[in-house]
Design a protein around this ligand. Structure first.
Ligand SMILES: Cc1ncc(COP(=O)(O)O)c(C=O)c1O
Length: 390
């Protein structure tokens, strides 16, 4: 029998959309992908070269379970330079993408029944990580009118003796919005007021911010775990490189998880991580400028098509558009758009029940494809006599 723990895990719906799109493509249909959450750029040349060089130099062995010291030092310098915070390399543990970092943090923090507070909508996989280690996700709806920001007072009202963590993600997937410094400070203060409460801050979209500034939680408190990685900012999704920064008391327990479950992250890719942090600044700036042009275009075009965007997203590469005037079943709507307009979009329900009625459009695709994709959506809406104005 399949274990209940895996049986109960929900699928990542956007992957279902992608798989159906791939099936259609195999049947000869051209699909435009605005559903996927990964950079369309290849990793910059300095990163690819570093992988090849590391291979030539024979870096084909296990590394230290915490990760190469060289990389942990580079991460520590990066946090110092970017946010003005002191991170000891011994607080850093390098992982194969940020996903194992999330899993191990919750494994180290939660006893069965402990709660983690998170916003709704949220990154689709979070509740599954929490449940997998027998924790309980406690969601707080955030509203479009408030820029999908977490309200500190709403967090306070959900605290209980079982609450062990508040999970934040700024810039956010799926909304593309940032948490203000003021609210982060207040959230940090909530953690500091309780005995055994931590902020877990997923900073994976840092570096992809077009207006305003992303703050690290470490600017406001040490009672925090940081999750970060190279997938998004450095376009390294397939290379699988991430890391966590943890309070020192938690490092050893998490290191034991890493040793047992994963041993170490990929040695070649860790070398590439050092190159990314030291030499890819210009490449990241170019990607960011390109994303920003697409962002501006996509927002204007979606608004003209009648989608609701109250607060324009300023980070990551997503627009979370209100489509309630079209349907209150985002799953059916996303698949209808896929089948009839041949455009992949992510249904809001994938990101929590409060995401129902929204569609997530990704601009991690060329301007040409975004334009063609939104032309198709326009044609689809017109063919159904659906209102183009809200
Ligand atoms: C908010 C967020 N966190 C974590 C991840 C996992 O990324 P990776 O494991 O590639 O580092 C993703 C991927 O889409 C994400 O959107």
């Amino acid at each position: 029998m399949v274990s209940k723990r895996t049986e109960d895990m929900s699928s990542f719906i956007v992957m279902d959309v992608l798989e159906r799109a791939n099936e259609m493509e195999r049947g000869g249909v051209s699909v435009i992908h605005l559903e996927v959450g990964e950079p369309d750029f290849d990793a910059p040349a300095c990163i690819r070269d570093a992988v090849c060089r590391a291979l030539d130099e024979g870096h084909t062995h296990y590394t230290h379970s915490l990760g190469l010291l060289e990389l942990r030092e580079a991460i520590s310098r990066y946090y110092g330079k970017t946010y003005g915070v002191g991170v000891d390399p011994d607080q850093v543990l390098v992982t194969s993408g940020s996903s194992p970092a999330i899993l191990m943090i919750f494994a180290a923090l939660l006893e069965p029944g402990n709660q983690v507070i998170l916003s709704d909508p949220h990154y689709a996989c979070y509740p599954n990580f929490i449940r997998f280690v027998q924790g309980r996700p406690v969601t707080i709806p955030v509203s479009e009118e408030d820029g999908f920001q977490f309200k500190p007072e709403a967090i306070r009202s959900k605290l209980s003796a079982d609450t062990r963590a508040i999970l934040i993600n700024s810039p956010s997937n799926p909304t593309g919005n940032l948490l203000s410094a003021r609210r982060m400070k207040e959230i940090a203060a909530i953690a500091a007021d309780s005995d055994d409460l931590y902020v877990v801050s997923d900073e994976i979209y840092h570096g992809l911010v077009y207006e305003g500034k992303a703050h690290s939680i470490l600017e406001f408190t040490d009672r925090a775990f940081v999750v970060n990685g190279f997938s998004k900012q450095f376009a390294m999704t397939g290379l699988r490189l991430g890391y966590l920064i943890a309070p020192k008391a938690y490092l050893r327990p998490i290191q034991k998880c890493q040793q047992n479950f994963f041993i170490s992250a990929n040695s070649l890719v860790q070398k590439a991580g050092v190159a990314a942090l030291s030499s890819a600044e210009k490449d990241v700036e170019n990607m960011r400028n390109t994303y920003n042009k697409r962002r501006r275009y996509m927002i204007e075009r979606l608004k003209a098509l009648g989608f609701g965007i109250t607060r324009e997203p300023t980070g990551a590469f997503y627009v979370f558009a209100n489509a309630r005037h079209l349907s209150d079943d985002s799953y059916a709507l996303a698949f209808d758009i896929l089948e009839n307009a041949h455009v992949g979009v992510a249904p809001g329900i994938d990101f929590g029940s409060n995401g129902e009625g929204y569609l997530r459009f990704s601009y991690a695709n060329s301007l040409e494809n975004i334009t063609a994709g939104l032309d198709r959506v326009e044609k689809y809406l017109r063919s159904r006599d659906w209102p183009l104005e809200k």
